[in-house]
Design a protein around this ligand. Structure first.
Ligand code: TYD
Length: 212
């Protein structure tokens, strides 16, 4: 099972990754948690370059994220899935679709095509999208801001819009949740959806789901 968490910076992804990891570990299965960009030696170097490096135009940025992702899939994700582990990733392809495809204006189709090519078509079984208003996400951020986080609010609003479009386009994979709910409530909703996915059931609509 391959699970990804998506949302704006400050949407609470890391907290939910931690809670989901703990909940699933109680099953006694191997859990591999990772993050993007990063998760491999090459990926962490690319992370520094893309987040702390010089200004760059949109395609180089998309290509760097794709390069880190290709390495992560080959080195970590596919081997883990082959062993029967559950893989949980803090961000994956949908981040590139929302940030580079919509935010930078490269186009969702073009960025999707690039990414599917470099990861051999691997898509998550479930993606949890934590929705929070761009203004709220901004207020939740710490003092150090990377190259993407320093972008204007209007950029983050475009990205948020991109994520919502993706959730509407892929309802069988992406579960959009209200990221402003108490963390424990969100964690319970995510775990319930993971259990459904394990049984081969489609996402359910429930109280915690956002009207995205
Ligand atoms: P993240 O690790 O979530 O940031 P943090 O360490 O602050 O929690 O993500 C780093 C940034 O990279 C984030 O602003 C979103 C951006 N990003 C993209 O623009 N495209 C991508 O494909 C990915 C994976 C991340």
């Amino acid at each position: 099972m391959f699970i990804t968490l998506e949302g704006l910076d400050g949407s609470g992804k890391s907290t939910q990754l931690h809670l989901l990891r703990e909940a699933l570990a109680a099953d006694g299965r191997e859990i591999v948690a990772t993050r993007e960009p990063g998760g491999t030696e090459l990926g962490e170097l690319v992370r520094t370059l893309v987040l702390e490096g010089p200004d760059m135009t949109a395609w180089p940025e998309a290509l760097l994220y794709a390069a880190a992702r290709a390495q992560l899939v080959a080195e970590v994700v596919r081997p883990a899935l082959a062993r029967g582990a559950v893989v949980i990733s803090d961000r994956y392809i949908d981040s590139s679709l929302a940030y580079q495809g919509v935010g930078r204006g490269l186009g969702v189709e073009q960025v999707l095509e690039l990414n599917l090519a470099v990861v051999g078509g691997l898509l998550p079984d479930r993606t949890f999208l934590l929705l929070v208003a761009a203004t709220e996400a901004d207020a939740r951020q710490g003092a150090h801001r990377d190259r993407i986080e320093r972008e204007h609010l209007s950029f983050h609003q475009l990205v948020d819009d991109g994520f919502r479009q993706l959730a509407a386009a892929y309802p069988e994979r992406i579960v959009a949740l209200n990221g402003s709910l108490p963390p424990a409530e969100l964690a319970a909703a995510i775990l319930a959806e993971v259990r459904r996915a394990e049984q081969g059931l489609p996402p359910a609509s429930g109280a915690a789901r956002a009207d995205a």
